[in-house]
Design a protein around this ligand. Structure first.
Ligand code: SAM
Length: 235
């Protein structure tokens, strides 16, 4: 069982994640537990304020350190790991998602406004994670992305009929083009190789399609693929 505790000013925004498809099932089946902590509950200000201005005169407001610290300490245990969703973090990728699935007690901090006090990030956070090179209004959607991507790697969450190892990004290449019935759709045919019943041909076609797709849309991954191929002496 993996437990993820989410510290947020808007815990109600996770309703969708809790109840939909694969993640909802994982919770129902006891493979994943989500707990929510409203950061605002830890304000000791009579107006329930949680934010304050930035030293040095920078624009916007930050979540105050004592409020967030109290929220964090209310759930942190000796084995807990703490992740802060942040545009200044390491970019989330499939490898990190797999690593996060190994953490049994994960606490995720969702920032808001201009973010959080750097003393929390620097002294109480184990991982600072970004979901991409752009800035969102809050850490809730990034936290959902992290939870969804890691939960797929918790044992039993993804059924045997769905293969994680043939997905895009498991290895370097993107997934090949895939087709379902009917064989002809609006005059467009499924490639003959895929309907040939010849496993060797199908495998070769899938690999060629994956390489072509990666080359077309992700030059960076394609370069990486070529470097790995050269290293392994296949070229
Ligand atoms: C408006 S943003 C703050 C951006 C911050 N001032 C900066 O320039 O990095 C508010 C919160 O949204 C979340 N956030 C925004 N973009 C993100 C991203 N790309 N990945 C992860 N979290 C992000 C973080 O929790 C952040 O504290």
């Amino acid at each position: 069982m993996n437990k993820v505790t989410i510290l947020s000013l808007f815990p109600e925004s996770f309703e969708f994640l809790k109840t939909y498809g694969v993640i909802g099932k994982a919770i129902e089946n006891g493979l994943l537990e989500l707990e929510f902590v409203n950061i605002r509950d830890f304000s000791n200000d009579k107006h329930n304020h949680v934010d304050d201005t930035v030293y040095g005169g920078a624009a916007g407001m930050l979540i105050k350190p004592y409020v967030l610290y109290r929220a964090l300490m209310s759930v942190k245990k000796p084995g807990s790991k703490v992740a802060f969703m942040s545009a200044t973090g390491s970019l989330l990728n499939q490898k990190l998602a797999i690593d996060f699935a190994e953490i049994k007690d994960l606490i995720i901090i969702c920032g808001h406004y201009e973010g959080i006090d750097a003393r929390i990030t620097n002294h109480y956070v184990d991982y600072e994670i970004s979901i991409g090179d752009y800035v969102l209004t809050g850490g809730e959607i990034p936290a959902m992305v992290l939870i969804d991507s890691m939960a797929r790697f918790i044992d039993g969450v993804v059924g045997k009929e769905e293969s994680l190892v043939t997905d895009s990004h498991y290895n370097i290449l993107l997934q090949q083009d895939e087709y379902t019935k009917p064989r002809v759709f609006n005059g467009y045919f499924v490639p003959n190789e895929l309907t040939s019943g010849n496993h060797k041909k199908i495998k070769q076609w899938n690999r060629k399609s994956a390489i072509e797709k990666t080359k077309r849309v992700r030059a960076d991954l394609y370069e990486k693929f070529l470097r790995e191929e050269n290293k392994n002496g296949f070229n």
